[in-house]
Every structure is written in structure tokens, then in C-alpha cells.
Design a binder for this molecule. Structure first.
Ligand code: SF4
Ligand code: SF4
Length: 338
């Protein structure tokens, strides 16, 4: 991020605005992945589910998304879903508009459709592909977006691969090395990120990592980042695995990102997971990335996190003082990972 962008983000926070927004631009998805949080009953707080919301198509979707962006003036927008490429034509209309506004745009998709090579002309665009492990596991969980289909659909493009590590993956020594070895041979992949599966509080999903597994993954990543430079996870980010935020109020990511569901009104809180996520077991790459920034010492004991928290308080007071008719939703989530 450039200095001018950091200053713009800080200005926005002081004015009570989130510098990042995440938009579920559709409720539709051709996949039925086990453990999908977007379609979990608790995702929108328990009253309504994503499938029950009304969503938009065509010019109406494009115009409403741009209006949301123009109102909130974020530096970064994640287009998620469902799968945002269900609205492929609308995305094609949105991208030049986002570029013209200088907004960093991230599309998070399963790549069940072609990622056009010509999208590389957009300097502010990144495309993140969700991959659930090696083919034997991924193809079962993410059918029809199988490895074969992803490799075909990303030909000529530039993408980031994002894999959520589950207990099943963590249980197999050498798995992450094999995964990185595979993707290092694919020329379209410019970087790889790992998250750790983040459960809801009280959940018992088989995907949940034990404390020992979290430590083992962390130690593996320290070694693997030296072996595979395209593993885009600095040591400071990996270190956050052992000290996730204790609650959403301490999560800079949740506090700097406003997340909207498919009706473009419903706010998802406290972060992109919705519901009641277990922050103590969080492994979200975005949360770890911003936590690492927050722990960076600026002067003496003063960290970037102290400055952020102080600025956010001022921003909230400013919003109250101005009695804004449409305040941003409370902490909700530059990455929304599906
Ligand atoms: S995890 Fe993503 S791709 Fe899978 S069902 Fe959920 S929204 Fe669709
Ligand atoms: S992203 Fe932040 S708020 Fe959400 S579960 Fe992780 S730590 Fe908690």
C-alpha cells in the first residue's frame, strides 16, 4: 500500500468510515461446499438466511453496487457471494468502473467460470481462487469447480490461490509442502495464501484444528515460506496464528471492513463469517494480516494498532456528533474468503 493510500485510509477511519467493504453480490452459487459459512443458518444473525434474501441482477445490480461504493468511498472492495462469477456479466461491467475510481477490487471465486486473461489490464484487480487442498480432497468438496476445471479456467490469467487448512489437512505431514509444490508449477499463480478453518463458537465441525495442529501448521509455514517465495505470508503474519484477537472489538480486520449481503443492505457482523465466530480459533488470513500491521511498533511502545483504535473512537464520536442518517454497520469484513 502506498503512503497516500495509508493516509486516505486513516482519514476515512477518522471520519467514521470503513476503508474496506465486502459485498456479497449474489446469493447464488453452483457449489455446495461442506462448512460453507455464507449459507450457514447463523450467517446473517439467525433471522434470515442468505438464500432467503432478495438479490439483484443486470444494470440494477451494477448501479446499486456502484452507489454503495460511492457512498462509502472505500479503498478496497471484495466482491464475494455465493460466487460472484454467477453474475459474470455484471462483474464485467463493474470492473472498469472500479478501476476508474481507483478502488482496489478483489474477486473471490471458486473459478467455476473462465477468469479472462484480459482482466490483467486492470491494475487494481486481484482474483482469488478458493482451493480446498489437493485434488483428492478439493474435488470432493468443491465439485463442479474441480482442479481440472480451475486449471482450464485460469489459463492465461493471473490469480492468487487461497486454501483454508482444516484438521484433516493439518493431520497429514507434508501436505502443505505438496500443495505448494503443485501450484508452484502453474504459471498463472502469482501467490498463495493459507487461512485456518475458523469455527463458530461452540461448534464441533470435524474441520476444527486442535491447538497442537495450529502450532504444527504455524511451524510448517515458517519453513515453507522460505522454500516457496510465492507463499505470500510474512513471518509476522504467520506468528498471529498463536495469538488471534480475543473478540471482534480487538480485530482490526473486522473493524475496518463493512460487509453487506446480497440485498446490499443487510450488514454482516462481526466479520465476513457472520453469526458468532470463535475469534480465539480464528485463522483468517485477512485478520492475521491486519493484526500483524496492528502489532507493528511505530514509536517506542506505541503500535499501529493503538493509533487505529484511537482513530476509530474519534471516527465513531464524529459519526454520533454528525448524526449520520446511514452510519456504517458495526464491525463487519480487504478479504472475504469463501
Ligand atoms: S464456500 Fe463459497 S463456493 Fe462453496 S458453497 Fe459456499 S459460497 Fe459457494
Ligand atoms: S475475522 Fe476477526 S472478528 Fe472474525 S472471527 Fe476472526 S478474529 Fe473474530
Amino acid at each position: 500500500m502506498k503512503t497516500t493510500e495509508v493516509l486516505a485510509a486513516w482519514r476515512g477511519i477518522l471520519a467514521g468510515r470503513a476503508p474496506s467493504i465486502s459485498i456479497e453480490i449474489t446469493k447464488e452459487c453452483p457449489l455446495r461446499c461442506p462448512g460453507c459459512y455464507a449459507f450457514d443458518d447463523a450467517h446473517l444473525g439467525g433471522g434470515t438466511t442468505l438464500r432467503e434474501l432478495s438479490d439483484f441482477k443486470g444494470d440494477e445490480l451494477v448501479n446499486r453496487v456502484l452507489a454503495l461504493v460511492d457512498r462509502h468511498k472505500p479503498l478496497h472492495v471484495s466482491l464475494v457471494g455465493g460466487d460472484p462469477l454467477v453474475r459474470y456479466r455484471e462483474v464485467e461491467q463493474l470492473l472498469p468502473e472500479m478501476e476508474r475510481r481507483g478502488v482496489h477490487t478483489q474477486i473471490v471465486t471458486s473459478a467455476f467460470r473462465i477468469i479472462p486473461a484480459e482482466w490483467q489490464k486492470y491494475k487494481y484487480l486481484s482474483v482469488v481462487i478458493s482451493v480446498d487442498g489437493l485434488p483428492a480432497e478439493h474435488d470432493v468438496r468443491r465439485k463442479p469447480a474441480t482442479y481440472e476445471r480451475i486449471l482450464k479456467n485460469i489459463q492465461g490469467a493471473k490469480v492468487t490461490i487461497h486454501c483454508t487448512v482444516t484438521s484433516q489437512i493439518a493431520d497429514r505431514p507434508g501436505y502443505l509442502d505438496e500443495f505448494l509444490g503443485f501450484w508452484s508449477g502453474v504459471p498463472e499463480v502469482k501467490k498463495v495464501w493459507f487461512s485456518l478453518f475458523t469455527p463458530q463458537r461452540g461448534a464441533t465441525d470435524v474441520e476444527i484444528l486442535s491447538a497442537d495442529q495450529r502450532t504444527a501448521v504455524m511451524n510448517d509455514l515458517y519453513v515453507l515460506r522460505r522454500k516457496y517465495p510465492f507463499l505470500d505470508m510474512p513471518e509476522a503474519v504467520i506468528a498471529e496464528i498463536k495469538q488471534p484477537p480475543r473478540n471482534p472489538e480487538e480485530c482490526i480486520f473486522a473493524r475496518t471492513t463493512a460487509t453487506f449481503s446480497a440485498d446490499l443492505k443487510t450488514a454482516i457482523s462481526p466479520c465476513q463469517f457472520g453469526g458468532d465466530p470463535d475469534c480465539s480459533q480464528c485463522g483468517c488470513i485477512a485478520s492475521m494480516g491486519l493484526a500483524a500491521v496492528g502489532h507493528h511498533r511505530v514509536v517506542g511502545p506505541l503500535t499501529a494498532g493503538h493509533i487505529f483504535m484511537g482513530s476509530a473512537k474519534i471516527g465513531a464520536m464524529w459519526n454520533r456528533f454528525m448524526r449520520r442518517p446511514e452510519p456504517l454497520p458495526e464491525p463487519a469484513s480487504p478479504f472475504h474468503i469463501i
